[in-house]
Design a protein. Structure first.
Length: 234
């Protein structure tokens, strides 16, 4: 790559990152109300965060994933598609995918579900083709009992910022593998912080074909799509 191309690439990254982060964020003007507004799927989505838990805070990867889905509606038509979200946090991605017509199962740890359910209900009630379902999914735990292969078929698994230095990376991988079938597409926005993220991507590629949809170095975020490798492709 020559210097001009590199300069163009850096400028394009900065422009897209700024558009995703600024265009869609509307700080609440009434400070007594504990929510922030985000513009996706043609409406303002009101998100309440809770400082008590990591997962009840909105992370930039969620905005990147929402922006991508909102601006690629033809290529990724979500109408009536079955989606499961892992580590849904505040629920922004669940809300946007539900507003775009999908049947969404929104999951996280038990302590996150109260705030998640509040945001999801507040923003989707009466506005969606399919009411989203919020439920516990602790990675690696009771997967076949709670999400049996025979009945749970997902068109998409979506996840934003679920890979970082936590002790459940093996269980997270197991969960991706358990929930995906041959036709499932994983859409996964990932913020790179330390080495464990890189190692997770390497291991992930042993099980899934990975395609990079966005690379935003200024945010240290990549957006991937992935499909399970069939046995002969290993
Ligand atoms: C960095 S936050 C990202 C939240 C949200 N996806 C976003 O981008 O705003 C990581 C999420 O993973 C969830 N999480 C962490 N460990 C988990 C586990 N063992 N099982 C299920 N969810 C987990 C957290 O509760 C949190 O919602």
């Amino acid at each position: 790559m020559d210097r001009d191309e590199n300069t163009e690439g850096v400028a394009a990254d900065a422009e897209l990152a700024a558009e995703i982060m600024k265009r869609n964020f509307r700080p609440s003007l009434i400070r007594t109300e504990a929510w922030e507004g985000y513009m996706f799927a043609d409406i303002e989505i009101k998100i309440k965060e809770s400082r008590e838990f990591y997962g009840a805070v909105l992370w930039p990867s969620a905005m990147v994933l929402c922006y991508f889905l909102d601006t690629h509606r033809d290529e990724f038509n979500l109408t009536d598609k079955n989606i499961v979200e892992l580590g849904a946090g505040t629920g922004l991605v669940t809300i946007v995918t539900s507003l775009l017509g999908a049947k969404v199962t929104s999951t996280d740890l038990p302590e996150i579900l109260g705030n998640l359910r509040y945001n999801v209900t507040r923003n989707t009630r009466g506005r969606c083709r399919h009411e989203p379902h919020v439920t516990e999914l602790s990675w690696g735990k009771d997967l076949e009992e709670r999400f049996p292969h025979a009945t749970c078929h997902y068109d998409y698994i979506i996840a934003a910022d679920v890979v970082y230095s936590h002790p459940y990376l093996h269980e997270l991988m197991e969960t991706f593998i358990h929930l995906s079938s041959e036709n499932t597409v994983i859409l996964w926005a990932m913020r790179f912080r330390l080495d464990p993220e890189n190692r997770f991507v390497d291991t992930f590629q042993k099980h899934f074909h990975l395609q990079e949809l966005y690379d935003l170095p200024s945010l240290r975020i990549k957006l991937y799509s992935a499909r399970k490798c069939t046995p002969t492709q290993h």
